[in-house]
Design a protein around this ligand. Structure first.
Ligand code: ATP
Ligand code: MG
Length: 138
C-alpha cells in the first residue's frame, strides 16, 4: 500500500555535504519526494519533535545537535514507506547499521546518525503535519 513518511536529513549530513547523496539514495530506493524544504529547527521545535525522549540522558545533547545547523525535512512516498525507510536508514547506531544503509554510509556516531525516519504510520502522519501544510504535499 502506498504510504507517506517523514524524514529529516540531520545537521551532520548538511555539514558534511551529504544531502545530495542521501536524496539520490532515497530516490534509488523508490521514494517519491512529496514535499521538501530546508530549515533550522528552534529549540522548541526540536524539543517538541523528540519529546518522547525527554527523560533520556541524551535528550539535551540531542536537542543541541538537532538545532546546531540547517536540516532538510521531506515527506516521502512509496509502498510500505514507514518500514521501508527505517530499513534503508539502518540501525540508530551507525556502528551497528547494515552495510549499504544510509547510516552506515554517512552516520558518524549514535547521536550524529545522518537521518531521521518516522517509526510508525501514526507518528508519520503527526510528523508530516508538524512541518507541512496539506497544500505543500504535491
Ligand atoms: P530517529 O528518531 O532520529 O529516526 P531512531 O528512531 O533510530 O532515530 P531514537 O531512539 O528515536 O532512534 O533516538 C532519536 C535520536 O536520538 C537518534 O537518532 C540519535 O540521534 C539520538 N540518540 C539515540 N540514542 C542515543 C544515545 N544512546 N546517545 C546519544 N544519542 C542518542
Ligand atoms: Mg526515533
Amino acid at each position: 500500500m502506498t504510504q507517506r513518511t517523514l524524514t529529516i536529513i540531520k545537521p551532520d549530513s548538511v555539514e558534511n555535504g551529504n544531502v545530495g547523496n542521501i536524496i539520490a539514495h532515497l530516490e534509488r530506493e523508490g521514494f517519491r519526494i512529496v514535499a521538501a524544504r530546508s530549515l533550522r529547527l528552534t529549540q522548541a521545535q526540536a524539543g517538541a519533535f523528540y519529546a518522547v525522549h525527554r527523560e533520556r540522558p541524551f535528550y539535551t545533547s540531542l536537542v543541541a545537535y538537532m538545532t546546531s545547523g540547517p536540516v532538510w525535512v521531506m515527506c516521502l512516498e512509496r509502498a510500505d514507506a514507514v518500514h521501508y525507510l527505517r530499513a534503508v536508514m539502518g540501525a540508530t547506531n551507525p556502528a551497528d547499521a547494515a552495510e549499504g544503509t544510509i547510516r552506515a554510509a554517512y552516520g558518524t556516531s549514535i547521536e550524529r546518525n545522518a537521518i531521521h525516519g518516522s517509526d510508525s504510520a501514526e507518528n508519520a502522519a503527526i510528523e508530516v503535519a508538524f512541518f507541512f501544510a496539506a497544500s505543500d504535499l504535491v
